[in-house]
Write a protein that binds this ligand. Sequence first.
Ligand SMILES: CC(C)(COP(=O)(O)OP(=O)(O)OC[C@H]1O[C@@H](n2cnc3c(N)ncnc32)[C@H](O)[C@@H]1OP(=O)(O)O)[C@@H](O)C(=O)NCCC(=O)NCCS
Length: 231
Amino acid sequence: MKTTRPIFPAPPGPIIHTERLVLRPTRLSEVDAYHEMRSNAQVMLNSVSGLVDADREATQLFLNKLVNGKNGPTYTFSIYVADKDASADHGGAGGGDDGGGDAPATGERFVGNVGFYDMAKPAVGYMLRREEWGKGYATEALRGALNNYWRLPRHAVDSEDDWPELKRYQTIEQDGSVREGVRAMIEVKNAGSKRVVGKCGFALVEGKEWVPAPDHRGPEKLVWYYLEKPL
Ligand SMILES: CC(C)(COP(=O)(O)OP(=O)(O)OC[C@H]1O[C@@H](n2cnc3c(N)ncnc32)[C@H](O)[C@@H]1OP(=O)(O)O)[C@@H](O)C(=O)NCCC(=O)NCCS
């Protein structure tokens, strides 16, 4: 099917500012902050494996895939919030020694991650430190990231259309192409995450779900949400 895809800036950027948050391109040197977040069982409960990262190396591998992509380029951001009690070292923000000039400023606290992955079937993902839940940060970060994502320059692509369930949510443009969209894959019991995408305008894709093998330790059932690019 003919549709469009974003062209990501190189080097990664920009820094996105929302009312309370600063979204900075994710850096490999943030491994300590990510490891602390991904060592919490509640945070990892609804991840694909359902397990915390075994050690710092496992988090580094995760971060490598997040930044460099296992299915092509990604567009990923670390979320920070102004914190008058924090310093650049506090919260494991990490030094800017991997080529990024986007290291957090003194007084910013690491909150989590939001980003876009798998441009064959573009999807959004996000994860926050347990201590930061319930403050509206995920919704604010996702809104900010989406606003930026939809404004990126586009190129035309011919994409495989293997999702009949999506058709009723897709607009066909005058030239016959399909308006671009983004998906979110969510554990069916993850009420907080379902609410986040709902507040950001995503619709539940009826009839599309994934039930893993019974011995799988991660999610019980995944459902999909979908959002079209605004005009
Ligand atoms: C899901 C997650 C990102 C939400 O972050 P958050 O900053 O707390 O989200 P927000 O505060 O922006 O919004 C959460 C909404 O869900 C609601 N909510 C949270 N838990 C809920 C529950 N158990 N039942 C019903 N509603 C719930 C909140 O009240 C809020 O809605 P409101 O603004 O209408 O009150 C966070 O819990 C997290 O990181 N979880 C672990 C990783 C994860 O699940 N990522 C998503 C994978 S798809």
